[in-house]
Structures are given as C-alpha cells and as structure tokens.
Design a protein. Structure first.
Length: 197
C-alpha cells in the first residue's frame, strides 16, 4: 500500500504556482531577455496553464516586476548577512559593499536589476524597489556611520543615491569582466574619505 502524500492547502498550491512562475520567468528573462520571452514559453517552463499565469499576474510586466522584486530582496538579504550589526559602522559599509558586489555576481542579476529593470519598469519604479531593498541597507549603514562619527554628516539621501550609482556601475563593470579588486580599492578609498573632514 502506498503512503499518501499529505494534501496541500489552497494557499500552499497558490504559493507554489506563483514561485514556479517566477522561477521559470527568471530563467527565460536571463536567457532570452524580457522582450524575447513570450508568456506561452513561461507557462510551459513552469508547467502551468495560461489561466494560472493570469490568475497570479495581470500581464508579463507584472511577472517581471515580481522577478525583479525577488532578486532585489535576495541582494538585500546578502548585504545584511555580509554586514552584521556587530561590525564597526565603517567596517560594515565596506563589508556591505563587498556583499553587494558578490550578490550581483549571481548569473543574470545585473541584467535583471541594472539593465532590463529600468527599461521595462521605468526608473521611478526601479528606484522604489531599490529603496525597499539594497538602497535601504546602504542608507541604514550610512546613517549608523554618521551617528557614530565614523562618517561625517552629509545629506544622507543624496549620498545614498550617489554611492548606489557607484556600486551599480562597479557591478556592471565586474559583470563585463573588469577586475573586481580595482573597484574594491576605489570604493574602500571613498568610504575612508567620507570619514575625513
């Protein structure tokens, strides 16, 4: 007699289908690009129906948004893990920048977050996603460093925006094959310079 698998709840099935769609779409968007990926390919790769796709996402762009949000969440989690609160604030900034660059080495991540995301979703929406995730961790680190005196007080929103742009350019350069250590040296020097008056 076969053991029966426990029946999954509707919520579990819903979450599983949504996760399958996001995972399948992520792979196809990386492999082919957003523009070249059709919804029939996504549902085939996820093993679901078109009806299931449109039950969870009103259109392909909404599915892409979910993929980008999940990637941004993963980057923020890696930064937080790489820069624990036990570190001194300036050390945490450097560790966080290292963690960001390492997180962005995940296959396809720079394409999704830095190249296609702004095109498909628009700069404003990407800025909102960044503000909830990676830029949030950077801003929190800068605020902590300013409060401790490790970094001089500067307009935190402007500093976050400019440093985030620096990190994004470094991630794109590393993705294109530039030596990561060159960028790390410059980032370290800039963080060190923020402490000088």
């Amino acid at each position: 007699m076969q053991d029966e698998k426990p029946r999954r709840s509707n919520r579990e099935r819903t979450e599983s289908t949504r996760a399958d769609l996001i995972a399948a779409a992520r792979l196809l968007f990386i492999e082919k690009s957003y523009a070249e990926t059709g919804t029939p390919e996504i549902v085939a790769a996820a093993g679901v129906t078109r009806g299931a796709l449109y039950h969870h996402f009103p259109d392909k762009q909404a599915l892409f948004r979910a993929v980008v949000e999940k990637e941004a969440e993963a980057v923020a989690a890696e930064i937080e893990a790489g820069a624990p609160e036990t570190l001194a604030p300036r050390d945490a900034l450097m560790a966080g920048s290292d963690a960001y660059l390492a997180a962005m080495r995940a296959p396809g991540r720079t394409r999704l977050l830095l190249l296609e995301g702004p095109v498909v979703l628009g700069r404003t929406e990407m800025d909102e996603i960044d503000a909830r995730h990676g830029n949030r961790t950077l801003r929190e680190g800068l605020v902590a460093a300013m409060r401790s005196g490790a970094v001089r007080k500067l307009p935190v929103d402007a500093l976050t925006l400019l440093l985030a742009a620096l990190f994004d350019r470094a991630a794109l350069a590393a993705d294109a094959g530039a030596p990561a250590d060159d960028h790390r040296q410059v980032i370290a020097a800039l963080i060190e310079g923020l402490g000088k008056t």
